[in-house]
Write a protein that binds this ligand. Structure first.
Ligand code: GAP
Length: 549
């Protein structure tokens, strides 16, 4: 087998991706959905190792976003929600991709991806270059439709959610009241999302069913920050190394910068190197109409767009958007329920402001509300009346919070971790001769299995019994795996391919047959260095926990 390594991201090969896909199937990370029926395009199943990897990702995100913070609480909402939610959010009217049909091959493609999509009839050419005549682009809504209840009629139409975010907005007031939080605070959710992508591609990267990990972090409008703190700090004035910063004077730009830094740090903590991560600030013409700014965190997969010099640009893992007060404002208008919060600090600060400051802040707040109502399509007269009422309420301490949204994909991150971990090198076989090995160099925190336990020989009851005891000792503390099949070298190779960072072998020394001082010690072999340490069984749990934290 030729040596393939992804350690140098500047020379990824198509071959590398083929090898990764093959490993994922062979070892039970990812399978094609419904494979026995020929598969279904854009849907993937996760096998025994894949589900452990995904669960680790979700657990680590939940831990960082909620457990380690006082200012974020969780939510687990339904996938099917009232269809008006998707009208309010804009998804019914605008969540679409431009689509063209090819009259020759009868294929249907994303109009903006013709140059990257291979022609089904002539795979050496892309759809942009082939001679099939194409229709004019037309919008194709990406939401999956279903009906609720036994009658299939228009009024019973519902949608599978295309993002988890809207449930958070819809439950914003309920969570605020029940969790006794106050702005700034966030609501986190992990769950399935569905998009009828025109051309699912790049393995699991663009799927039709996937999981998101989304945080909606609600903040004061800048006018409220200025009223309370006297001024709004510029982003370069905030100290991102301070673990407990005073955020009173943070406006949306500071919060955006903070969340981008937090999220980048988190990806690095999972073992993705900084050199393969890109912070991409969207240009004004790329922004969604409601967004003030959006920063994409890209990862340099072995596929995707390249710049003029052939360097990979990176593909999106996560988007961190400053969504203003657009979503909550929309739900307020569509549901008729107030989405405003009362901010005691704003009310108190307001009374102490000089009249010209009051007037300047009131006028700025009114203008931003007027801009929103006009953009939302309210007639000018009504928009002015609504903005006047909002500005008046603002002076009494009421506003609709703005939001910063870090939105990440579980499946994309799982794929990024696998691509980053994939490596090939050589390792000694059972006779000490070098042989090629495939190894997934996962950061232990994300590795599906943390430790494998082997008796040196399967046919020695004393070794098997001791190995079983060690396995039972470890499994309440970490995902452990027991294997007694085949030569020890083969067992190591299997765990290397699964990315298991530690293998524990129970041998004759463990039984005290060679040297009494080695009784009740085991060999712990580390995956990357292949170094072997002798560890007392009584110290094994602590030894391993320290390394996999
Ligand atoms: N609420 C904002 C939102 O949904 P998005 O950029 O459309 O924003 C957020 O999606 C994340 O969800 C993406 O960065 C990506 O990780 C993941 N994602 C989106 N579409 C996906 C798809 N078709 N397949 C896999 N993951 C997807």
């Amino acid at each position: 087998m030729a040596q393939v390594t992804n350690k140098d991201a500047s020379v990824p090969t198509a071959d590398l991706m083929d090898r990764i896909v093959s490993l994922c199937k062979r070892r039970g990370f990812i399978y094609q959905s419904s494979e026995i029926y020929g598969g279904i395009n854009g849907f993937w199943d996760y096998g025994p190792l894949g589900v452990e990897l995904k669960n680790n990702i979700k657990m680590l995100w939940w831990h960082a976003m909620t457990r380690l913070r006082d200012d974020v609480v969780g939510l687990d909402a339904t996938i099917i929600m009232h269809p008006r939610i998707w009208k309010a959010s804009g998804h019914v009217d605008t969540f679409s991709d431009p689509m063209v049909d090819c009259k020759k091959c009868k294929g249907r493609f994303r109009a903006d991806q013709l140059a990257e999509t291979p022609c089904p009839l002539k795979p050496s050419k892309t759809v942009a270059e082939c001679d099939g005549e194409k229709t004019e682009p037309r919008p194709f809504n990406l939401m999956f439709k279903t009906t609720v209840g036994p009658i299939e009629s228009e009024e019973n139409v519902a949608y599978l959610r295309p993002e988890t975010a809207q449930a958070i907005f819809a439950q914003f007031k309920t969570v605020l009241e029940t969790a006794r939080q106050k702005v700034p605070f966030g609501i986190a959710q992990i769950g399935k999302a569905f998009r009828n992508e025109v051309t699912p591609r790049n393995y699991t990267f663009r799927s039709r069913e996937f999981e998101q990990m989304e945080l909606e972090f609600f903040i004061r409008p800048d006018e409220a920050v200025e009223a309370i703190a006297g001024r709004v700090l510029e982003p370069d004035e905030i100290d991102l190394t301070d673990p407990r910063p005073d955020t009173t004077a943070w406006g949306w730009k500071a919060w955006l910068k903070y969340w981008v830094a937090q999220r980048m740090r988190w990806y690095e903590s999972l073992g993705l190197p900084r050199a393969k991560l890109v912070e991409y600030w969207q240009k004004p013409d790329e922004l969604a109409h409601y967004a003030k700014a959006c920063v994409d965190i890209l990862f340099k997969f072995p596929f995707g767009k390249r710049d003029a010099s052939g360097e990979l640009i990176g593909e999106e893992l996560e988007g961190i958007a400053a969504r203003s007060d657009f979503d909550l404002s929309q739900h307020q208008r569509f549901s008729g329920r107030p989405m405003t919060v009362f901010d005691e600090e704003l009310k108190n600060a307001w009374g102490k402001l000089a009249p010209d400051k009051q007037s300047a802040l009131r006028s700025r707040y009114r203008q931003s509300r007027l801009d929103y109502y006009l953009k939302a399509g309210e007639p000018p007269e009504k928009a002015r009346a609504l903005a006047d009422a909002d500005a008046e309420a603002f002076t009494k301490g009421y506003y609709i919070p703005h939001v910063i949204e870090p939105s990440a994909g579980v499946d994309r991150l799982a794929l990024a971790l696998i691509c980053n971990a994939y490596d090939e090198d050589t390792a000694p076989d059972e006779h000490g001769n070098p042989e090629p090995r495939v190894v997934l160099r996962f950061q232990p925190r994300v590795a599906p299995v943390k430790v494998a336990v082997f008796p040196l020989l399967k046919n020695r009851p004393a070794l098997v019994q001791k190995a079983r005891e060690v396995y039972e000792l470890l499994r309440p503390h970490m995902k452990a795996f027991y294997d007694d099949a085949g030569a020890i070298g083969r067992r190591y190779r299997r765990q290397d391919e699964a990315g298991t960072p530690y293998c524990v072998t129970i041998d004759f020394e463990t039984l005290g047959e060679k040297a009494p001082e080695l009784r009740d010690t085991v060999t712990v072999r580390e995956r990357d260095s292949m170094r072997q340490d002798r560890v007392k069984i009584s110290e094994l749990v602590g030894y391993l926990l320290e390394k996999i934290r």
